[in-house]
Design a protein around this ligand. Structure first.
Ligand SMILES: [Zn+2]
Length: 413
């Protein structure tokens, strides 16, 4: 039994048109018209697949397959439909559409499951708009707080305000939470976003765990001044200090085998050609599959930043935007995915996820598993992101066989 490769591919390409940017890539930020449109289109696919469609209190789109025993805990699968700025066509949509395709194929073959299965498109996994991600999965996990809904986008619009404008009363966000014991497992198919599978010559892999992202904001304050009238020796240039800190971040991360650190946003104030920068704000995304290693790197970076600022007479403020611990995938689900690969005649390779995914938020709710599909050249968060139709279908097949096992009452995870 195989999924329909062509149908899956056509749906992926249909989504790729929504939020497509003239200069390349797709931009579908949470609670925007593009995101709504993507959800409407996917809701249509869900109905074609015979699923019952609903939206929960934080905007997660859910397609439910009731199973023979709808009272049993649900098997959750899915991913997200929001993107980063100028993102690709596979990060997120593949996991949602492959899950729809898997259930549609099962239905077409008359296969029934014991447990209900729900395909979910989680709200704002990427966090590109509000610099705060995984809102939907936090909502399902019951860990989302009203305070977190106050994160604002570049225009000063908070998540709560964006929800209200979208048609979701933000004060009801807690209704999205699932009760402990109501979810049997969560399994997500996602593109690898790295080169490990490609280098191994494999289409599909089994994920052992996810590195936890730590997001910090550094604010360095010095003294603005006239670029012509202030001698070099009398300056407290915030940007030169920031440059030294960013250099220290790279040096520190390179000392650890799995640690990766990225400064992706930087704002210079007042931002004039002829004005010495008085204040600089930049973000740091720091990750490792080993939490202790990550926290060691963080401490070393903050120490280095303090030293730089002290030497240059600058003020330093470090703020934590989010701190997510690395999450191991459930061993039982890894074994089920390996069995599915075996059934399909595919070799099973285990690998870690350097990227964070919604499953991380569900770690205390249910066992979590992930399947990776090969990414061409490891490129992601970029218009060049690509996974071939064959690899998408192979990964969807693995997901389908995994779901059948997980949704069997005799399988314990
Ligand atoms: Zn993703």
């Amino acid at each position: 039994m195989h999924v329909q490769k062509q149908r899956l591919w056509e749906r992926l390409m249909a989504l790729a048109d929504i939020g497509r940017q003239p200069e390349g890539g797709v931009t579908r930020l949470a609670f925007t018209p593009e995101w709504r449109r993507a959800k409407e289109v996917v809701a249509g696919f869900m109905r074609e697949a015979g699923l019952e469609v609903r939206e929960d209190a934080v905007g997660n789109l859910i397609g439910r397959w009731p199973g023979r025993r709808p009272e049993l805990p649900v098997v959750l699968t899915g991913s997200h439909l929001d993107s980063v700025f100028h993102g690709g066509n596979f990060d997120g949509p593949l996991g949602v559409l492959a899950a729809v395709e898997a259930l549609q194929t099962l239905r077409e073959h008359g296969v029934e499951t014991d447990h209900p299965v729900e395909v979910v498109s989680f709200t704002d996994e990427e966090g590109a708009r509000f610099r705060f991600g995984m809102t939907g999965s936090r909502g399902v996990a019951g860990t989302l707080t009203a305070e977190e809904l106050e994160h604002k986008d570049a225009n000063g619009v908070s998540i709560a305000e964006a929800m209200r404008a979208y048609g979701l009363p933000p004060e009801r966000f807690a209704e999205a939470a699932r009760a402990k014991g109501s979810v049997k497992a969560y399994v997500e198919l996602h593109i690898e976003q790295g080169r490990v599978l490609e280098q191994a010559g494999l289409a599909v892999g089994v994920v052992t765990g996810m590195a936890g992202p730590l997001w910090l904001t550094f604010t360095i304050e010095g003294e603005a001044g006239h670029a012509g009238a202030t001698p070099m020796g009398l300056r407290h240039d915030a940007l030169v200090g920031a440059a030294a800190v960013i250099q220290a971040i790279e040096t520190e991360c390179r000392r650890h085998p799995h640690t990766v650190g990225t400064v992706g946003q930087l704002q210079v104030h007042p931002g004039g050609v002829n004005i010495i920068p008085g204040r600089v704000t930049f973000t740091l995304d720091l990750r490792d599959v080993d939490e202790a290693e990550r926290d060691r790197a963080e401490a070393a970076i903050v120490d280095a930043a303090r030293a730089v600022c002290e030497e240059r007479g600058l003020r330093l403020t470090v703020e934590t935007l989010q701190r997510i611990p690395p999450v191991p995938c459930a061993e039982a689900i890894q074994e089920i995915i390996e069995d599915a690969l075996g059934q399909l005649g595919l070799p099973a390779m285990r690998l870690v996820s350097g990227a964070g995914h919604d499953g991380m938020q569900l770690r205390d709710l249910c066992p979590v598993g992930m399947i990776f599909a090969r990414s061409k050249d490891g490129i992601s968060h970029d218009p060049a992101e690509y996974t071939s139709p064959e690899d998408c279908a192979a990964a969807a097949d693995v997901l389908m066989h995994t779901l059948v096992r997980l949704a069997s009452a005799s399988v314990v995870v």
